[in-house]
Design a binder for this molecule. Structure first.
Ligand code: HEM
Length: 395
């Protein structure tokens, strides 16, 4: 993790103004809408509408990130159907998964050594693959950039993150190829796995909770209607959908232990002395499941977030961390998750593919988070909704 300092501040400044500012999020809303629509069209066109949810959301998330980063989607759709395509999608997802996270063994110096050796071998292979992929993207864009500069309207076409950084590289030393590659990798690694897992968790919870699913659908129907697909501009009106996203972030498995932090000076936290250089891990799962902080913490109850002003519930709810190092992608992730989830609720009836629930789970669970993790929802049947048929045919 990049230590707090000038380098981190420069990267964060670039990210805040060129990727995550409200103006940029507004500009990229077109990309998210296009890609969600593309996904719906693909699902509508699939003869057998049973799909592996992890792959479905990997397909969508990587396409959105790749379009923001490079201006082009990466997957075209066969990845959801053919075995070869599924393998390619899984392989890409693995390549851009975060490196192995620290676990209990890291608390013990001897085990830590063994675990880090194993992790290093695995990560090295993926790192080489990632480097080659990202380097290739830069080379391609540099070549394209040269041809744009000879064409009228070239600047207009440079709307993606790589092109913006290549342009900055001409005037600012800071934007070396290594910095550009690091920013692309952060988008593809930091922004995808987390989003995919949250969407997957939300789908699992809603399948087990048809009342909550129907409530979200009623809200979408009365605010958006059935003659067009929802878009970013509808999100502020869809309060219940936002409650569902919050509840999936609270109860789902996305971030259980926060990223490692290190105290930069001696301090006291609630009476405990924390010397400078101490490794600190916030146990997000414990905070999100503490019965002293939440009523019925193991139950899926989106209503608990009703009337919450924005997303802030204080330090008992910190899915994106907090403070200076808080996740810069929070607004992007929230918009993206709500749009994808809401559109799927609007357009399809969902059913779990029974035989794919692991360990014989019968799906009649009450939303207990541990139960959901154990049951591991893998495949879902998305049946086009009768009331939306005319709209879906037009896509
Ligand atoms: C549901 C989706 C997401 C969740 C739950 C999530 C969660 C987190 C958490 C817990 C942290 C650590 C914060 C801390 O140290 O206190 C973090 C950091 C970060 N996230 Fe996210 N994130 C999500 C989506 C994204 C997206 C979409 C992007 C970018 C496209 C992104 C980019 C980053 C970056 C760059 C950092 C490091 C920030 C720093 O060290 O200064 N995240 N995220």
């Amino acid at each position: 993790m990049c230590p707090y300092g000038t380098h981190w501040r420069n990267i964060r400044r670039f990210a805040n103004s060129e990727i995550f500012s409200s103006a940029q999020l507004q500009m990229t809303s077109r990309i998210r809408a296009e890609e969600v629509r593309y996904l719906v069209k693909k699902l509508f066109g699939i003869g057998n509408p049973k799909v592996e949810v992890k792959l479905l959301f990997a397909f969508l998330t990587f396409n959105i990130m790749m379009k923001m980063v490079s201006g082009e989607r990466y997957f075209e759709g066969d990845e959801l159907e053919s075995e070869k395509g599924k393998f390619e999608l899984s392989d890409f997802k693995r390549t851009f998964s975060p490196p192995g996270r620290p676990g209990v063994v890291d608390m013990f110096p001897v085990l830590k050594f063994v675990s880090s050796v194993i992790r290093d071998v695995k990560n090295k292979r993926l790192k080489t693959k990632r480097e080659a992929f990202v380097q290739n993207m830069i080379v391609k864009h540099r070549r394209k950039k040269r041809s744009f500069s000879n064409t009228e309207g070239g600047d207009e076409k440079r709307k993606n993150i790589i092109d913006v950084m290549l342009l900055l590289q001409e005037s600012e030393e800071f934007y070396t190829d290594d910095i550009i590659k690091a920013i692309i990798k952060v988008m593809l690694i930091g922004g995808t796995g987390t989003t995919i897992t949250t969407l997957e968790a939300a789908v699992s919870f809603l399948i087990l909770h048809p009342d909550e699913f129907n409530k979200a659908r009623d809200e979408i129907d009365s605010n958006v209607g059935q003659t067009r697909l929802m878009d970013d501009s509808d999100l502020s009106k869809l309060k219940y959908l936002n409650c569902i996203v919050n509840e999936a972030l609270r109860l789902g498995p996305t971030v259980q232990l926060n990223t490692l932090h290190e105290s930069s000076r001696d301090c006291f936290v609630q009476g405990f002395s924390v010397p400078s250089g101490t490794m600190l891990i916030v146990n997000t799962w414990a905070l999100h499941n503490d019965p002293q902080l939440w009523h019925d913490p193991t139950q899926f109850k989106p209503e608990r977030f009703n009337g919450v002003d924005g997303e802030k519930v204080g330090f008992k709810f910190v899915p994106f961390g907090s403070g200076r190092r808080v996740c810069p992608g929070e607004s992007l992730a929230r918009r993206f998750i709500a749009l994808a989830l809401g559109t799927l609720i609007q357009c399809f009836d969902w059913e779990k593919a029974e035989e794919n629930y692991e360990k014989g789970g019968n799906g009649s669970g009450n939303g207990n988070a541990r139960k959901i993790e154990k049951e591991k929802l893998t495949e879902v049947v998305f049946r086009p909704r009768g009331a939306l048929m005319d709209t879906l045919v037009e896509l």
